[in-house]
Design a protein around this ligand. Structure first.
Ligand code: ADP
Ligand code: MG
Length: 238
């Protein structure tokens, strides 16, 4: 069964249609990367999957269940944003625990989950620090930690590395790939960076003007781009 199934998904803002009938199946555990130029609809698509934006047409299924009308909470999906606003007055541990505390989960359960996520993300030594005492990469890991404690079926990551400098970006890229292997969770990752797409993806979805140009593995897209847009975007030698 597909983790996510998009059937003819559309999005209209007032008179403007920005997503034009997307069909896509994402398997359980797959690492899928959406690439495409700025404004092509990557974030809108992710926000519709997360339930943060209403779907104008078509059908979204999550784990085999039609999800169009479900609230974000009912979707078992976690989203990590580009600008990861942590609560500055809280410690790393409190930031990670926050959403579970809001739900009034038992203290022992919260502690166990935060400690497990911290260990996965190599944040154990930093649990008592505040965001101002962390590097950009460490803050990004806390943002991911806030999502991990919820044990989501699907992670949506919207350009999570774009605020990091080049060195930290490549380091965090490797960490994210390792994290995916360890958790085995389905991940949908948005970027406009070709290198990120080529190195991280099981499957790349190339978007342009709210439509899919091509779907395939990095090597398929590199070796057999369907058109010059894909070739240009992926950097194929033709
Ligand atoms: P990307 O993430 O690929 O850069 P977006 O999904 O942010 O692209 O935007 C896709 C298109 O939808 C753009 O033309 C953008 O201007 C438009 N758009 C996004 N959000 C809104 C909104 N809330 N209201 C109106 N138009 C929007
Ligand atoms: Mg975007």
């Amino acid at each position: 069964m597909a983790a996510l199934e998009l059937k003819n998904i559309m999005k209209t803002f007032g008179p403007n249609q920005v997503i034009h009938g997307i069909n896509l199946s994402i398997a359980d555990g797959e690492f899928v990367v959406f690439v495409g130029p700025s404004g092509c609809g990557k974030s809108t698509l992710l926000r519709m999957i997360a339930g943060l934006e209403e779907i104008s047409g078509g059908q979204l299924s999550i784990g085999g269940r039609v999800a169009n009308g479900l609230s974000p909470k009912e979707r078992n999906i976690a989203m990590v944003f580009q600008s990861y606003a942590l609560y500055p007055q809280m410690t790393v541990a409190e930031n990670m625990a926050f959403s579970l505390m809001l739900e009034k989960r038992p203290k022992t359960e919260i502690k166990t989950k935060v400690e497990a996520a911290a260990s996965t993300l190599k944040l154990t030594e930093l649990l008592d620090r505040r965001p101002s005492q962390l590097s950009g990469g460490q803050r990004q890991r806390v943002a991911i930690g806030r999502a991990i404690v919820r044990n989501p079926q699907v992670f949506l990551l919207d350009e999570p590395l774009s605020n990091l400098d080049a060195a930290l970006r490549s380091e965090t890229r490797v960490e994210l790939s390792e994290l995916h292997h360890r958790l085995g969770t389905t991940m949908v990752y948005v970027t406009h960076d070709q290198v990120e797409a080529m190195t991280m993806a099981d499957k790349i979805v190339v978007l342009n003007g709210g439509r899919i140009e091509q779907v395939g593995t990095p090597m398929e897209l590199y070796n057999c781009p369907l058109n010059t847009f894909v070739a240009g975007f992926i950097g194929s030698p033709k």
